[in-house]
Design a protein around this ligand. Structure first.
Ligand SMILES: [Zn+2]
Ligand SMILES: [Zn+2]
Length: 372
């Protein structure tokens, strides 16, 4: 089968013929339809990160996925040929209490694998094989947006983490909230945009910031869902409001992270999802005033990574909610669809203002082609 192959730490990516995976007992064979490309894929392809599976000389790239079940082993249950599925990414260490209870996103040993990233093959290939606990069935009505479910699961977890901290002060008997809660989203890539959608759907007033003007597809889309867009290329001072309840960071810029903490209102929470470059230039900050405000205002800074099955399931509910509230809007987060063969050029080009590029692997039988 065709697969997008990398050999970290050697930089480079190529489409190669590799053996198709063997369908073991209890497993399901999935034909991949689409794979999203994100910053992690760039890092793995650049050799900065990633590891081939034990005993293999290469790693199949790709973790944001949508596929169609094509073969079900006799012992496997719950799925039929033709079902649309999204596979989760992380596989637990098998040792710690979180991995043993299906919450490998909170793994304490770090000895997990991640499909398409570290120690397990990914989804940028004609096929993959997986067992049912790691597959989430998707309603065919969500086909145009389902490849966004994996990045959305990361957002679902991040918001749930922030909300859990915010909820420590609720309910407040006899004093209901007079105004909508307020969120700031930093970054308008797919993660930031999905966060804006999810927060709007939860009743937040949302301000999303990036370093672009008002005419980008992201800015247009934000207005469509009733969120405000602000260009902060001259600094966060351009955001006229402050005192946000929840700030979701999706840029990976450490310099920005520290300033985002200053945007929190009393009792507010900053959730960091962008992964900073460990080699980023050191910066100095006036830590006294910053941490003073954290303490005096009960503010919290929380890191959030990956997601578990529950986050994929709440993501599915959100995708349906987005479609009914803003028909077609979520699909326009996908800036372009390109054939799998073009993966190297997709990874090489960086389009400013683009939200998500998706690689098309196989057209669905419902989209005009059938058979294998
Ligand atoms: Zn990703
Ligand atoms: Zn673990």
């Amino acid at each position: 089968m065709r697969a997008v192959v990398v050999r970290p730490p050697v930089p480079g990516v190529a489409v190669e013929e590799v053996p198709a995976p063997v369908l073991g007992p209890g497993a399901i064979r999935v034909a991949v339809r689409e794979c999203g490309v994100c910053g992690t894929d760039h890092d793995v392809a650049d050799g900065k990160y990633g590891r081939a599976p034990e005993g293999d000389a290469y790693l199949i790239l790709g973790h944001e996925n949508l596929g169609e079940v094509i073969e079900v082993a006799p012992e496997a249950s719950g799925f039929r040929a033709g079902d649309l599925v999204v596979a989760t990414v992380r596989r637990g260490c098998g040792i710690c209490r979180f991995c043993l209870s299906g919450r490998s996103d909170f793994c304490e040993t770090g000895r997990f694998t991640e499909r398409g990233i570290s120690g397990a093959h990914g989804y940028m290939a004609d096929e993959y094989v997986e067992i049912p606990p790691y597959l989430v069935r998707v309603d065919s009505a969500l086909t145009p947006v389902a490849v966004l479910l994996e990045p959305l699961s990361v957002v679902e977890k991040a918001i749930a983490q922030g909300q859990a901290v915010l909820d420590r002060k609720e309910p407040t008997p006899g004093h209901s909230r007079s105004a909508a809660p307020r969120a700031l989203v930093a970054g308008t890539g797919a993660i930031g945009m999905l966060a804006a959608f999810a927060l709007r759907a939860r009743g937040y007033d949302v301000v999303a910031v990036d370093r672009h003007g008002e005419d980008t597809p992201a800015a247009v889309l934000l207005r469509r869902i009733g969120a405000q867009h602000t260009n902060v290329s001259e600094g966060l001072g351009a955001v006229r409001d402050s005192a946000f309840d929840l700030v979701i960071e999706a840029t990976g810029s450490v310099a920005l992270d520290l300033h985002l903490a200053e945007m929190l209102g009393p009792n507010g929470v900053l959730v960091l999802t962008g992964i900073p470059d460990p080699a980023a230039t050191p910066i100095s900050v006036a830590a006294g005033p910053l941490f003073r405000e954290v303490v005096l205002g009960n503010r919290a800074i929380v890191g959030s990574v990956n997601a578990n099955r529950a986050d994929f399931e709440s993501g599915l509910e959100d995708l349906a909610r987005f479609e009914s509230r803003w028909p077609g809007a979520c699909a326009s987060i996908i800036s372009a669809r390109r054939p799998l063969e073009e993966v190297a050029s997709v990874l090489a080009e960086h389009v400013g203002g683009a939200m998500k590029t998706v690689l098309t692997v196989r057209r669905g039988s419902t989209q005009g082609r059938s058979g294998r």
